[in-house]
Design a protein around this ligand. Structure first.
Ligand SMILES: Cc1cc2nc3c(=O)[nH]c(=O)nc-3n(C[C@H](O)[C@H](O)[C@H](O)COP(=O)(O)OP(=O)(O)OC[C@H]3O[C@@H](n4cnc5c(N)ncnc54)[C@H](O)[C@@H]3O)c2cc1C
Length: 397
């Protein structure tokens, strides 16, 4: 086992880290303030710098403007980008666009790629993944899918109701999961839908626990007899559930990478505070209960990092299906770790931690979704337990 990165990847990681530290973190407050006014000058400036530095969409193959890193390389870089909640957006590696790019790369036809993928990779447009529906539709259980696409002549008519379509208000196109038959395995199909097609209604951006940040506005959408051609079908009719799994396993892992970066930054901020703040005659860092929080969180981050790398390695070996329970374990572990680190960071900083003078409260509000989005904890635990009990999972890899 060799945990070293290649010299090229190490250098690249160093570049990304420096860019995040020197360019992005100092601009965070300005970007958040501009975003409230729907202004993006500072963000766009940094995106142009990232592009000029050759750090734009590094996960993509070179013919689409990237560096063809593969998922192991993504692990190395996305953790660094994740140290700022704005980092991934600057390098155009943020959810949901990044997962959508990967999906279109592997499943879209040439003409679909020309129409949607090219401008998406270039950062000219954004995209949205529409799977979840309000009750009684698809949520934790995708088999509840209610949005329906009905064959009509040389196309399809889509009717349905979606929510939590991240970025759906601003996106140029939507990847819409719809029922095309009642077959439990092949009953769903994905469609590429122009967000401004007739019949697509942006009902609202749902008010949520966290303030909206950049593309992370949670749209509610209705589809009123939206007509699309056969050329809107992604891959093939009936391929929806398979594609969803294909998209979700690596997409989940890229969340873990970004969350690990944020957890590390939060812990580093704690180090600064507890090394200088005194209580009861000594700096906080000398109190054993504080040391325990540091030690437990450091170990949890390290474990999550290894789980993420191991699962990424499996995917890189072509074992995407076998990787599924490992990705569930990693997702649950890293999401819970991030929340524990942030909660403990608030605790270690006392009143300062609870205030918005420090970023932990805002980060916590955003990060709480980690235990729900891309499948709630309980569903991932169900997958792990099922696979362990039925076909076995190699735990001592
Ligand atoms: C910030 C955010 C962004 C999102 N972005 C997107 C997006 O871009 N596109 C998209 O399609 N969706 C998105 N989602 C939706 C997300 O994937 C769903 O919220 C998630 O799959 C859960 O579905 P649900 O909310 O309908 O919960 P429900 O299905 O109503 O489940 C409610 C709760 O029941 C429990 N539960 C469910 N099943 C089980 C079980 N088997 N055993 C035990 N307990 C169980 C869990 O605690 C779960 O949280 C996003 C969600 C959030 C919060």
């Amino acid at each position: 086992m060799d945990f070293d990165l290649s010299p090229e990847l190490r250098a690249l990681r160093h570049e990304v880290r420096a860019f995040v530290d020197e360019r992005i973190i100092p601009a965070e407050a300005a970007i958040v303030a501009e975003d409230r006014e729907r202004q993006y000058g500072t963000l766009r400036g940094l995106q142009a710098e990232a592009r000029a530095a050759g750090l734009w969409t590094p996960h993509l193959p070179p013919e689409h403007g990237g560096r063809g890193l593969g998922i192991m390389g993504m692990c190395a870089l996305f953790r660094e980008m994740g140290r700022s909640p704005i980092g991934a957006r600057v390098f155009h590696c943020d959810a949901p666009d990044q997962g959508n790019m990967d999906l279109l790369l592997s499943a879209a036809s040439k003409s679909q790629q020309d129409r949607w993928l090219k401008p998406l990779c270039a950062g000219e447009i954004t995209s949205t993944f529409c799977m979840t529906e309000p009750a009684p539709g698809a949520g934790a259980d995708p088999s509840n899918l209610r949005t329906r696409a009905t064959k009509d002549g040389d196309g399809w008519v889509i009717d349905g109701h979606k929510w939590y379509s991240t970025g759906g208000g601003d996106a140029a196109f939507l990847i819409v999961m719809a029922r095309t038959s009642d077959d439990p395995r092949s009953g769903a199909t994905m469609f590429l839908v122009d967000r401004h097609a007739e019949g697509v209604e942006h009902v609202r951006d749902i008010p949520v626990m966290a303030e909206p940040l950049l593309a992370h506005r949670e749209a509610e959408l209705r589809f009123h007899s939206v007509r699309v051609g056969d050329d809107a079908v992604l891959s093939a009719v009936g391929d929806g559930f398979r594609l969803a799994q294909k998209r979700l396993v690596p997409a989940r892992l890229t969340h873990c990478m970004r969350w690990l970066g944020l957890a590390v930054r939060a812990l580093d901020l704690c180090k600064q505070y507890i090394s200088t703040r005194h209580s009861f005659g000594q700096v906080l860092a000398r109190h054993q209960m504080i040391q325990k929080m540091i030690a437990e969180n450091a170990a949890a981050i390290h474990a999550g990092n290894l789980m993420t790398f191991h699962c990424a390695w499996m995917i890189e070996q072509g074992k995407g299906t076998e990787a599924r329970p490992y990705s569930s374990m990693a997702k649950n572990h890293v999401a819970r770790t991030l929340l524990k680190v942030l909660d403990d960071a608030i605790q270690m900083h006392g009143g300062l931690g609870f205030s918005d003078d420090m970023p932990f409260a805002a980060w916590y509000r955003h990060s709480r979704a980690a235990r729900i989005a891309d499948g709630p904890d309980e569903v991932h635990d169900m997958v792990v337990a099922r696979d362990y009990l039925t076909r076995g999972i190699e735990l001592l890899v």
